[in-house]
Design a protein around this ligand. Structure first.
Ligand SMILES: *Cc1c(COP(=O)(O)O)cnc(C)c1O
Length: 343
């Protein structure tokens, strides 16, 4: 009997795969955009595919509260809070803050209600801020927070940063199967992709796509456009997640598609773009109506353009760009972009 890992459907799929001539011109090859920014409504983005598995596991464990962490404008934390509210669960979010009081045990009711924080607070998530240095101990802090919930008579369920572990990644093994299905049924104007390009922030999406590619053979490799850390760090992380996924689902084979850890578009630091990246994000929006965000998707598509400039890819290559969402975070930070010059 093959393993069936429980899952609660949340994603409005298959998400469309679209093409735009103006986007090809800006990037320099045949770009197919997989709209995982449309996996749902306000809860949309890549994290929703992972949450299908976490929610089922949490319910199986009779959890009352989903506990997770992330950056202050974490899309993952927001998606977790919204899904919790829908299913009658509570949520507790540990959010990394650069400054201000950072007692990890005090609820933060004073965080500005913008972007993802606005949505999370709207649905009644409990939020605690943790300092950048405490954030290094996030695994221990999540566990402590969950145990505190248990002591108070509830039952905590910990979801790691970005939903990136072997269980969450199964969502992207499934996404690879969805892409293969779309190609087989003629929903895409290509037979196979040279690569799939995706932003990499905590590694779970890349791990799932690498595992799923080996199963479906619809793209030759995964370009992981890093938005933080470096290639060596993510090689280790993704290897660990892949092993965990196989422990959940023993039908996953030993083969993984090659992953190219691309550091070329990391920019100055997490959440910050260099001027060329900002101009590119604005150009894409003005020529195609496609909204990228400065933290993840803007950098990932920029990494693809740089790869074309280096001739890593040819002008006729079909490439799948996975749009992972990020709009609410963008709305909290858009003031930083060069939006003038229109006439
Ligand atoms: C979290 C996130 C990513 C990165 O996915 P990981 O699985 O954490 O590597 C990419 N894009 C957006 C919009 C995200 O919120």
């Amino acid at each position: 009997m093959p393993t069936v890992v429980p899952r609660i459907p949340l994603v409005h799929g298959p998400t469309p795969i679209i093409r735009m001539a103006a986007l090809d011109a800006l990037v320099g090859c045949r770009v197919h955009v997989k709209r995982d920014d449309m996996t749902g409504g306000a809860e949309a983005g890549n994290k929703l595919r992972k949450l299908e598995y976490f929610l089922a596991d949490a319910q199986g464990n009779a959890a009352t509260t989903l506990v997770t962490c992330g950056a202050l404008q974490s899309n993952h934390a927001r998606a977790t809070a919204l899904v919790a509210a829908r299913f009658g669960l509570r949520s507790l979010l540990l959010l990394r803050c650069a400054d201000g009081p950072t007692d990890p045990w005090a609820d933060a009711d004073d965080l500005p209600a913008v972007g993802n924080v606005a949505l999370a607070r709207l649905v009644g998530a409990r939020i605690r801020r943790i300092s950048a240095s405490d954030y290094r101990q996030r695994t221990a802090l999540l566990l402590e927070a969950s145990q505190e919930i248990d002591r108070d008579g509830g039952r905590g369920y910990v979801i790691p940063e970005g939903g990136s572990n072997g269980l969450g990644s199964l969502g992207y093994v499934r996404a690879a199967e969805e892409i293969a299905w779309q190609v087989r049924h003629g929903a895409v104007d290509a037979k196979r992709f040279a690569e799939v390009v995706v932003a990499c922030g905590s590694g779970g999406t890349v791990a799932g796509l690498a595992l799923g590619a080996a199963r479906t053979d619809v793209y030759q490799r995964v370009r992981a456009a890093l938005v933080c850390d470096d290639a060596r760090y993510f090689e280790t992380v993704v290897r660990r997640i892949v092993l965990e996924s196989r422990a959940w689902d023993d039908t996953l084979g030993d083969v993984v598609a090659p992953v190219l850890y691309d550091e070329s578009a990391r920019g100055p630091r997490y959440g910050e773009m260099d001027p060329g990246q900002k101009d590119f994000l604005v150009d894409v929006a003005r020529n195609t109506g496609l909204i990228l965000d400065p933290v993840y998707t803007g950098k990932a598509l920029y990494a693809l353009r740089l790869a074309r400039e280096r001739r890593d890819l040819g002008p006729k290559d079909d490439v799948l760009f996975l749009h992972t969402g990020g709009l609410p975070g963008f709305l909290a930070t858009a003031g930083d972009l060069p939006l003038g010059g229109v006439r």
